[in-house]
Design a protein around this ligand. Structure first.
Ligand code: FRU
Length: 483
């Protein structure tokens, strides 16, 4: 480790120690979601199960609750429920990453846990350079930086060239990487390598202006490519999509295409883009295949430039978190997200109202309240024309049966005005909600639709209220969750 790297890590550790007490007492600190100990967390990185152990790295600015020269923070887990915060994996100490060890992925290369990431470099005029770098570890904890394996930019592209996601296919290494053309179109490029070190650019596989897409954003961040069943899936976070009906109302989007990757041409033959999430805070997700063969996704519960400076936690020196891990499944050409089975181990104390009779109007159910809880609604019979669940006075999920529209409303955390996100929903069959002190993850119809958001209710607020336009019957279960 260089002296500069040691010094940066020591500074970050000091920052953690300095803010520890204050941050611990913040009532909005989450209980079972991954956060940085201080400062800002953004993208999940290097998500992998390696030699049995799950590793989750993350983009981290330890020095302020805002963006800057990113480190890679690091968590490990054996069970996806209990996580240990590990020493910093990467600090932006070298010339090729001095303005941030940006996002990337992890694979096992030569029996070593190997990180591929983007070295972000800016000069005094703000000109950017991007280097795709490698760091390797034998113990999974300390990393040996080996510097750039792809330097310089592909012809016709700007320095917005980042976020390599690496995988192996038929004995060769591949990576997809986010890129921007000189005429400001977002693309995903495919590279190939025999040894993981010498890389050949095969060209763009999908992007704005590449059929079937026309204009589709000025930059594609964090592409991820994998096969699921007999299909290939690309997840990507495009920037620059305009709102369209109920879609694309966040500052930037995160979604997916299903299709088939032709590695030779190369070209990704894909269908339409769909957002992965219908809520307010969800971006830059990354997936990995674990040793059980599950494709597991974790996202960042935040969106760049979306009122980030107005989060109430900024005053306490921290901001954002990651989502719970979700298993991905394909239903036709649609991705379904299901919280990983292991999360059931967090349940403590079950309350069950089997076939509860709801009256027309608003009501609470005995012992169904809380701030850190899992809530499940199933077996609706006679679904009313309007049905609503209100959470802690700050968010409401409303189903309009006639209009077939599902609406999420929340009080904006800056001005407290009500804002909403919506999606079309043919029928409502079930709702499963993971509540944490300041987050909600709402899985509808077994994960066919998901709403992810931060919310900041009064810390004392615990009411969960059900409102129905007519009498209705539904089974409601609630568990406490131990983080
Ligand atoms: C996405 C992103 C990536 C980049 C990283 C920097 O949120 O902008 O494209 O690598 O964050 O922290």
């Amino acid at each position: 480790m260089t002296e500069r790297e040691q010094a940066l890590i020591a500074q970050a550790d000091d920052e953690v120690a300095k803010h520890e007490e204050n941050i611990k007492n913040d009532p909005y600190r989450l209980t079972y979601h991954l956060m940085s100990p201080v400062g800002l967390i953004n993208d999940p990185n290097g998500w992998i199960q390696w030699n049995g152990m799950y590793h989750m790295f993350y983009q981290w600015n330890p020095f302020k609750a805002g963006h800057g020269a990113k480190f890679w923070g690091h968590y490990t887990s054996t069970d996806l429920v209990n996580w240990k915060h590990e020493p910093i994996a990467l600090a932006p100490s070298e010339w090729y990453e001095k303005n941030g060890c940006y996002s990337g992925s992890a694979v096992d290369l030569d029996g070593k846990l190997t990180l591929f990431y983007t070295g972000n470099v800016k000069d005094e005029q703000g000109n950017r350079e991007s280097y795709q770098c490698i760091a390797q570890s034998e113990d999974g904890i300390t990393f040996d930086k080996q510097g750039p394996v792809i330097d310089g930019l592909p012809e016709g592209y700007t320095a917005h060239f980042r976020d390599p996601k690496v995988w192996k296919h038929n004995g060769m290494w591949y990576l997809v990487i986010g890129a921007q053309t000189e005429d400001l179109k977002g693309h995903a490029l495919l590279y190939r390598s025999g040894d993981g070190r010498e890389w050949t650019n095969l060209g763009p596989v999908a992007g704005a202006g590449i059929p079937p897409l026309q204009s589709f954003g000025y930059m594609w961040e964090c592409p991820d490519m994998f096969s699921l069943g007999d299909k290939d899936v690309m997840i990507v976070s495009p920037q620059g999509l305009d709102p369209e009906g109920m879609h694309y109302h966040n500052t930037y989007q995160a979604g997916y295409f299903v299709g088939e990757l032709d590695y030779e041409t190369p070209k990704f033959h894909h269908g339409a883009f769909d957002e992965l999430d219908r809520g307010f805070e969800f971006y830059a997700p990354q997936t990995t295949e674990d040793e059980k063969g599950r494709r597991i996704l974790v996202g960042w519960m935040g969106v760049p430039d979306q009122q980030e400076d107005q989060h109430p936690t900024v005053d306490n020196g921290w901001i954002h978190c990651l989502t719970i891990p979700r298993e991905l499944r394909l239903q036709g050409d649609r991705l379904i997200q299901v919280p990983v089975e292991e999360l059931k181990d967090m349940r403590a104390g079950e309350v069950e109202h089997t076939a509860a009779n709801l009256q027309a109007g608003s009501q609470m159910l005995e012992d169904v309240s809380g701030d850190v809880a899992e809530l499940e609604l199933t077996d609706f019979s006679d679904l009313p024309s309007f049905f609503e669940v209100e959470l802690r006075g700050t968010a409401r999920l409303i189903y309009d049966r006639e209009g077939k529209v599902l609406t999420l409303e929340r009080k904006n955390f800056a001005d407290r005005l009500t804002e909403k996100r919506q999606c079309h929903l043919e029928e409502l069959r079930s709702i499963r909600i993971f509540m944490d002190t300041s987050s909600l993850e709402i899985f509808v119809n077994g994960g066919e639709e998901v709403f992810t958001l931060r919310y900041f209710p009064s810390p004392q607020a615990r009411d969960i209220t059900f409102t129905s336009s007519e009498k209705a019957v539904v089974t409601v279960k609630k568990w406490g969750l131990k983080g």
